[in-house]
Design a protein around this ligand. Sequence first.
Ligand code: NAG
Ligand code: NAG
Ligand code: NAG
Ligand code: NAG
Ligand code: NAG
Length: 456
Amino acid sequence: MKPKFGGGHRRRVPIMTWCRASFAVTVVGLLCQFTTAAAPPVVMDDPEFTEPIVNVTVPAGRSVKLGCSVRNLGSYKVAWMHFEQSAILTVNSHVITRNPRITVSHDKHRTWFLHINNVQQEDRGRYMCQINTITAKTQIGYLNVVVPPSISDSLSSSDAIVREGSNVSLTCHVDGYPKPEIKWKRDDGLQININKTLTVSEWAGPTLELHRISRLDMGAYLCIATNSVPPSVSKRIKVSVDFPPMLWIPHQLVGVPLGYNVTLECYTEAHPTSLHYWTRDNGQMLHDNGKYKAVSVQGMPSYKVQMKLTIVDVSHTDYGVYKCVAKNSRGETDGTIRLYTSHPPTLAPELQRTENPSPSGIPALGPQWSTDGSNGLENGTSNEANGKDGKKDDDSVLNEITRSGQTYNKPKNSVMYNRPETTKNSSPRLIPTVSAMVLTAVIIHVFSRQNERRMM
Ligand SMILES: *[C@@H]1O[C@H](CO)[C@@H](O)[C@H](O)[C@H]1NC(C)=O
Ligand SMILES: *[C@@H]1O[C@H](CO)[C@@H](O)[C@H](O)[C@H]1NC(C)=O
Ligand SMILES: *[C@@H]1O[C@H](CO)[C@@H](O)[C@H](O)[C@H]1NC(C)=O
Ligand SMILES: *[C@@H]1O[C@H](CO)[C@@H](O)[C@H](O)[C@H]1NC(C)=O
Ligand SMILES: *[C@@H]1O[C@H](CO)[C@@H](O)[C@H](O)[C@H]1NC(C)=O
């Protein structure tokens, strides 16, 4: 049985629709009774909408009002509903929903405003304004709730310390609506090495995978989240790549006349930063005093350090073996330099610079230095930095070349400068330019030595 109310059939259907739809809401029950009991309106033109509902896009947290304009409403009622939630929000000037953020107001019964305070994402959707004519009149407006991107720190990667050679996966967990796009960049603007064959300036997606990370990949990575809602956000994730110290020596044999000053040099790479010091062959550590001056110069990138030991006013007891030592939590290594007596220079005054004498007139670079057909390095010792596991990987080799033709001959393995605590999984790459530079230095030095000997 359909209950009858008011001025006949015209009002029955929509009211009943609301009453049925909000069956569970006791307030509505009361309202329906109230409506049912209302006096019949004076018959007039059917009510109608005068303007469409304006679609609204609003950032979450704001307040919004949707307006529904009608004329000839008479004693009909206007209800607001949320289509996706199948919820009746308001009827006339009564709030039906229990959502405390929703209120309703009207401008002389002509424009009915649905107010939503502190808009949330769940408010997104279609809003229906309905008049309870026999055939209910309905119009729909769309509320879009947008949310600027945000990065969840707890669900994203934090700064990482990894071993060289391991695989690294960085993740950024991003919220926002519309769904933000995520891209990764290096903070220093350099390219990102994804793997051996793939290098990119930026990477898209929530996860950045770095395959077999090297020391060159050390640095800060930014994940940047963007959608149409400003502002974009970013998170900076620092990746530290640890590796045991390695070391190379441009000049392993250094000649200096009595009474001169001389500077010995070692180059190291280590991360975390290593401890550096010099010893004599008896293991005695050399401290800064009037005789010795040891400095470590940090290079670029900062894991490169140049160690320099200056020996002032060389005396007889200063000749012999010196060791430069680099130590960090991943391992320790040392290298040897032998200081021997040479004759004071007699020709060019610039040879006063006692270290690394290099006579002028030598071609700076190039292969011409070899005159006898051999490359002069045949008998040089070539070492793998991580050679102890017997693995030979071209980009993991740190070449160390001793001078050929020197009376001072080291057993092959004695120039192995890298003693990592474990040799597996560690694959230092020698930067080619550095190796070329060192090689050049050695070559020039060898040449100058040979010349010197010829002159003697
Ligand atoms: C509101 O958006 C819907 C689609 O989302 C569109 O069909 C309708 O025309 C829009 N209304 C107005 C008044 O722009
Ligand atoms: C790194 O990932 C590759 C596959 O992408 C896998 O073959 C390799 O074993 C991984 N290395 C480590 C150290 O987990
Ligand atoms: C490098 O990474 C890209 C993207 O993940 C992949 O398509 C490609 O196969 C990888 N190459 C190697 C050599 O692993
Ligand atoms: C050696 O170094 C000391 C101290 O730095 C300096 O006083 C002296 O002049 C230098 N001697 C030569 C030969 O350069
Ligand atoms: C290298 O050593 C071999 C023998 O050990 C010798 O025959 C050869 O001449 C040496 N080469 C050079 C460049 O000294």
